[in-house]
Design a protein around this ligand. Structure first.
Ligand SMILES: [Zn+2]
Length: 293
């Protein structure tokens, strides 16, 4: 039955692409309904909803100047992958102290990458519209001092389903600070996020991606379970890779920033266009990081 349904859905999507809506192609060829088939009308409306959603994505992609519509992400994994610290990223006693894992790629075979956006300086309303319109998930890592002048912008983001995570209060170089100072930066941001946004995230990204054993001990004490770094970074005018082969890998975490023309050669929309065009051309979809953790 699952195979039958998948085939019908594919047919609906194909027709949605061509005509902007699923037509009567959803009836299986030959007219023979298998005995356990659900009522044709129910399937028909399910398929046309999918077809309509796809048509909306195609139209949105066109509106925002993308080369192609982004691929839909596969369903979230039924079993969450086991996240381990990337080799070479461990601190002394990492396992023994059960410190949060530090990783740059999520172990998965799904052809997905994850978009993470840091800091919070630029508050571009067009960016919020673009991401909702395109229905592309992303994860924010916010630094308190950049959020404080306009938390409403990030509340709008949160209302659109984006998880707001911890990126310290003041964006310091953490390894130069004492345990108490590091804890103040991390726990202080947890308290700020709880007070302003009603969230106590389990995800923390150290400013500059720079951390030591003290950072991870402090993060753990503040309720942090994961420390995602990144394997690539995208800008409006270029793409930087951690690996030499300059390719996307399934589960790669991609970093970018809330920045605009003052700091960049382009807008946030330009950066997203570059990101989505590259991801699509390598046959990847954008997944939701939280679904895999
Ligand atoms: Zn940062």
């Amino acid at each position: 039955m699952r195979v039958g349904l998948a085939a019908l859905v594919l047919a609906a999507i194909a027709s949605g692409c061509a005509q902007g809506g699923a037509g009567d192609e959803v009836t299986p060829a030959g007219g023979q309904q298998p005995l356990d088939a659900p009522p044709a009308r129910a399937l028909d409306s399910y398929a046309s909803r999918l077809g309509a959603a796809h048509a909306a994505r195609v139209a949105a992609a066109h509106r925002w100047g993308l080369a192609q519509a982004p691929l839909s992400a596969p369903p979230p994994p039924a079993r969450k992958p086991r996240i381990r610290t990337r080799e070479g990223f461990e601190v002394t006693g990492h396992r023994r102290l059960n410190l949060p894992p530090v990783f740059t790629t999520v172990p998965t075979r799904d052809k997905v990458v994850f978009l993470t956006i840091d800091d919070g300086a630029e508050k571009d309303p067009a960016f919020l519209r673009m991401m909702s319109d395109l229905d592309v998930p992303y994860t924010a890592f916010l630094s308190g001092y950049l959020v404080k002048d306009d938390p409403r912008y990030f509340r709008r983001m949160q209302a659109r389903g984006v998880a707001l995570n911890n990126h310290t209060l003041h964006h310091p170089r953490l390894p130069s600070l004492s345990y108490r100072q590091q804890k103040r930066e991390i726990c202080g941001m947890q308290r700020y996020l709880a007070k302003r946004f009603g969230t106590r995230p389990a995800l923390f990204r150290p400013s500059y991606g720079s951390y030591d054993r003290t950072t991870l001990r402090a993060a753990k004490a503040c309720g942090i379970a994961y420390v995602p770094l990144w394997n690539q970074e995208v800008f409006p005018d270029r793409w930087e890779y951690r690996e030499g082969d300059r390719r996307l890998r399934p589960g790669d975490i991609v970093l970018t920033h809330f920045r605009g023309r003052e700091q960049w050669k382009g807008s946030m929309a330009d950066m997203i266009r570059r990101f989505l065009n590259e991801v699509r051309s390598e046959g990847f979809a954008v997944g939701r990081l939280e679904d895999y953790l």
